[in-house]
Design a protein around this ligand. Sequence first.
Ligand SMILES: C=CC1=C(C)c2cc3[nH]c(cc4nc(cc5[nH]c(cc1n2)c(C)c5CCC(=O)O)C(CCC(=O)O)=C4C)c(C)c3C=C
Ligand SMILES: [Fe+2]
Ligand SMILES: [Fe+2]
Length: 341
Amino acid sequence: MAKKGILLVNLGTPDSPSTADVRKYLNEFLMDGRVIDINPVSRALLVRGLIVPFRAPKSAKLYKEIWSEETGSPLLHYSILQHKALAERLGDEYQVELAMRYQSPSIESALERLKKNLVSEIKVIPLFPQYASASTGSVHDKVMKLVSEWQTIPNVTFINSFHDDDLMIATFAQNARKYQPETYDHILFSFHGLPQRQIMKCDHTHNYCLKVDGCCDTLNDTNKFCYSAQSYDTARLIAEQLNLPKEKYTVCFQSRLGNDPWVQPYTSKVVEQLAKEGKKRLLVFCPAFVADCLETVYEVTVEYGDEFKALGGEHVQLVESLNDSPMFIDALERMARGKFN
Ligand SMILES: C=CC1=C(C)c2cc3[nH]c(cc4nc(cc5[nH]c(cc1n2)c(C)c5CCC(=O)O)C(CCC(=O)O)=C4C)c(C)c3C=C
Ligand SMILES: [Fe+2]
Ligand SMILES: [Fe+2]
């Protein structure tokens, strides 16, 4: 009998931490019109002429800090473990493939393997809990473009987001318990940032997101696809599991690129403010990432850690990501089998 195809897709990482490979990765990533969402000519001038030439050597240095001799990039390493664990769980009825939106393994090659085996259907699971056009949307876009060229198109379905998946939430809560969150002065939920422009573009009423006070406080029909509102929802659900009172935690956004306003508050500003208030120990969740990567291992632990200590703080503790935790594999298995919420 034909197998069912599952395609796991994460963002992607350079093939090596060399400046040349980081340049190649950044060029592919930032030339995506869903990531730098400006007209193509300005995007090419900005990305190829300004951002990449300056950023590639700097980012390469950071990638060298997190690169393991044995396992390479943490993002790819954990993605491979997730892929292997899910394939074992699902057994022979399924063909599970792993791809990266940028660089390797490519979505093209993963889809070709599914096509060659004549799978009866394909379920695409972008590994981003909260929906953003720049991440999930871009994966959907790429898969649809490629599959649309096939002579025979099987049933293709997409997971749009899993920001409130109870098993995903429980995994983050479980990972945090060993640090005894109640012993920390403050907790941060630091999500990957997005330009404010992209947050507003997902609001089809043009009147709500970032226009109404408290627009992200609850999820409703207008903001249900809003990355920021979904991020607040994820944070609230993890906080509930850990009985964290509202005043004990802050939702914030990291990894800003360029000079346009991004969704706020920025993590670095929050870290600065907390140090000024005399807080000494911070526990930081990064629930936009299903796997530890440059943005968690380096940006949070090293960059925000150093910033906090320079201002009088003592310790920044990262809660590790979902990685190959068996409970997160339970969540992926449930999505793959179609019993999702
Ligand atoms: C969680 C989902 C992600 C969204 C949404 C996202 C948007 C986004 N990112 C950039 C720019 C960069 N991001 C970089 C690294 C990076 N981003 C994500 C995830 C999301 N990005 C991950 C998982 C990673 C880590 C990859 C790894 O190899 O470990 C980088 C590269 C690193 C660096 O130079 O800082 C850039 C650049 C933009 C502009 C954007 C939305 C507009
Ligand atoms: Fe990013
Ligand atoms: Fe919003």
